[in-house]
Design a binder for this molecule. Structure first.
Ligand SMILES: Nc1ncnc2c1ncn2[C@@H]1O[C@H](COP(=O)(O)OP(=O)(O)OP(=O)(O)O)[C@@H](O)[C@H]1O
Length: 231
């Protein structure tokens, strides 16, 4: 079996003593696939992404990744910091020799369809364009794994599905692996596989359509907190 892009083996994590935000989590995401992670408020989605991004370390178990990760946050205003599109992507490459910057910036912006706007001020971008700029920042650093934490939280429905489609295309065209956290069932149509988190445990895995069906059949509301894993 080939080396997965993301591997969790029996992972647990507690923010506070005696209470685990994640427990017994097993996950194996093959390289070059687009996966989604779904769960109610407080189910542990952000905690899991923080573990994968290396911001916290597991209390139990093992996390292994194919390489560096790029993290895309809910609100692009928290990570897009330079005044223009091109400058923002170049900023993330500051530790590379400047001779490499131009090519990598152009390639990354072309992949997200923003090259024509590389001189545009960031304040003149739409919400969806800003999220694509944040994704370009990660692509320019040539990370093998992209983690997206509710990237559509601030987008209207049309931009929301457009971004999901664009990430699906990006995964197909570049071979990068993406893990996308969401509350929104309609986004599941774009992923290769999805997993459901409930009460800190991964309780279901399947295609987007299978997860949509499971959630409807069990009358789960992914916007609302359930403390227990569903039966
Ligand atoms: N920095 C923190 N310190 C203490 N507890 C935390 C911290 N971050 C999260 N938690 C707790 O860990 C549990 C899981 O939270 P987490 O933010 O991972 O859930 P989530 O599924 O991402 O929720 P949401 O959809 O609301 O973002 C919750 O009980 C939460 O209160």
């Amino acid at each position: 079996m080939s080396v997965p892009a993301i591997l969790l083996e029996d992972v647990g994590f507690g923010w506070a003593e005696g209470r685990l935000a994640l427990q017994g989590c097993h996950l194996r995401v093959p390289q070059g696939e687009f996966w989604m992670l779904l769960g109610a408020n407080g189910s542990g989605k952000s905690t899991l992404l923080k573990l994968l991004a290396g911001l916290i370390t597991p209390t139990q178990g093992r996390v292994a990744l194919a390489g560096a990760v790029g993290l895309v946050l809910q609100n692009p205003d928290h990570q897009v910091i330079m005044p223009s599109v091109g400058a923002d992507v170049a900023f993330g490459l500051a530790d590379l020799p400047p001779v490499l910057w131009a090519g990598q910036v152009e390639q990354a912006l072309r992949l997200v369809g923003l090259w024509e706007l590389h001189q545009r001020p960031v304040y003149a971008l739409s919400g969806g364009q800003k999220q694509r700029l944040a994704i370009a920042g990660a692509l320019a650093r040539q990370v093998p794994v992209l983690l997206l934490d509710e990237p559509t939280a601030f987008l209207d429905p049309a931009q929301q599905l457009e971004l999901a489609q664009q990430v699906q295309n990006l995964v197909r065209s570049t071979g990068i692996t993406a893990l996308w956290v969401t509350h929104r069932l309609e986004e599941l149509s774009y992923c290769d596989q999805a997993v459901l988190l409930a009460g800190g445990r991964i309780t279901q895995q399947g295609t987007g359509a299978q997860l949509q069906r499971y959630i409807h059949q069990h009358h789960l509301d992914t916007q609302v907190a359930w403390n227990e894993a569903p039966a």
